[in-house]
Design a protein around this ligand. Structure first.
Ligand code: IMP
Ligand code: ZN
Length: 375
């Protein structure tokens, strides 16, 4: 099933840049800083914690992100990580990636939020340039259709990468508004939305509401991390705001869950491994994906932090297949339906629908016709 999941053209809508960094890149950046004579900002034990990819509480995760941030400080580190993340998702046959990151001002590195965004965009462009073109990938794609061959990566002219700017819950209303204004300014360069994320124990909704409303008014998509911990009052206010998408929603009491299902169906970005490893959800089969999916609520499988949690989008599909007994055809439909929730606009949706529908019979047709849908 895993190979079949790798072959599926997939849409990734919830991936944090610094959470998707390869563990070996963290080590390499530190080695380079050490060679340049810098004192290392983390201990060997902290480094092992970052690169361990294991179970960790949500609180531990946020400590870990702070450590990653003191390592990935420079424009060049940020651009390099963005380029690698693009290549990694392409390698996993993601054909549309919405990457999100929190713009950071670091005066000591001559970095403003704007120059941070520029570095991310440069990195994305570099990553795209490093991918093979479709024509060069044809031979590999043919091999990929043989049963045991690894699937070919999504080529440069097939994958689309868009950027969301995140507001960290530690930020006040002025900082949140600055991020939204930058997002609006960078629309022409592929910024399509705004996210609210960060430690769910920090800050309160009123701090960011106005900035998020400004994002919506500027024609940007808005997605919110919601219900990562039990905080029904905040989650209710988030639902009232009617964002375009919601992330996680692990802790919804019955009335909020009913409201979510009954109201405009706000698509949910669900990150199975992230939720299980952080113990926000007790096990894969008990993940609320099952309930939402069964109710026909729009759900999108996502990785959240592929580097920190040691996952890929293909793995998330394979986990869903095993935990919720989804045949390949259902996984295909799940991936296909995700297209409807991208922030990249109608033209992009049309392109993705066409691309996925064209590949469907090539990849699934024979198996489905043979009734071998479980392959
Ligand atoms: P960055 O925005 O590219 O630096 O990615 C890391 C940041 O994403 C973290 O510092 C958090 O603010 C946010 N983040 C990553 N994973 C989660 C999550 O599971 N919940 C909330 N915020 C998250
Ligand atoms: Zn997240």
């Amino acid at each position: 099933m895993f190979l079949a999941c790798r072959r599926l053209p997939k849409v990734e809508l919830h991936a944090h840049l610094n959470g998707s960094v390869r563990p070996q890149t963290i080590r390499k950046i530190l080695e380079e800083r050490s060679r340049a004579g810098e004192a290392l900002p983390v201990t060997e034990q902290q480094l092992q914690d970052i690169t361990a990819c294991g179970d960790r509480s949500l609180a531990d995760c946020f400590r870990l992100f702070d450590l990653i941030h003191v390592i990935t400080t420079t424009h060049s580190a940020i651009a390099r990580i963005a380029a690698e993340v693009v290549r990694d998702f392409a390698e996993d046959r993601v054909v549309y990636l919405e990457l999100r990151t929190t713009p950071k001002a670091r005066p000591e590195y001559d970095m403003t939020k704007q120059s941070y965004i520029e570095a991310v965009l440069e990195g994305i462009e570099l990553g795209l340039r490093q991918l093979p073109a479709a024509a060069d990938a044809t031979a590999a794609a043919n091999a990929a259709n043989a049963d045991e061959a690894p699937p070919a990566p999504a080529p440069a002219d097939i994958i689309a990468v868009k950027l969301l700017l995140s507001i960290d819950r530690r930020e006040d209303s002025a900082a949140a508004l600055e991020t939204v204004q930058l997002a609006a300014r960078y629309k022409a360069r592929g910024v399509v939305g705004v996210d609210l994320s960060g430690n769910p124990y920090v800050g309160s909704w009123g701090q960011w509401r106005e900035a998020l409303a400004a994002a919506r008014a500027a024609g940007l998509g808005v997605t919110l991390h919601a219900g990562e911990v039990y905080s029904p009052a905040e989650t209710a206010r988030m639902l009232e705001f009617r964002p375009d998408r919601l992330g996680h929603c692990c802790y919804l009491d019955d009335s909020l869950a009913a409201e979510l299902r009954a109201s405009v169906a706000i698509p949910l970005e669900l990150c199975l491994t992230s939720n299980v490893l952080t113990q926000s959800v007790t096990s894969y089969p008990e993940h609320h994906f099952a309930e939402m999916y069964a109710a026909g609520h729009p759900v999108v499988l996502c990785t959240d932090d592929s580097g920190v949690f040691g996952t890929t989008l293909s793995k998330e599909y394979a986990i869903a297949a095993a935990a919720f007994k989804l045949p390949l055809g259902a996984l295909w439909e799940l991936a296909r339906r995700s297209v409807e929730f991208v922030f990249g606009g109608e033209e992009e949706k049309r392109r993705l629908r066409g691309l996925m529908d064209r590949e469907r019979p090539l990849m699934l047709g024979a198996k489905i016709e043979r009734g071998n849908d479980e392959a």
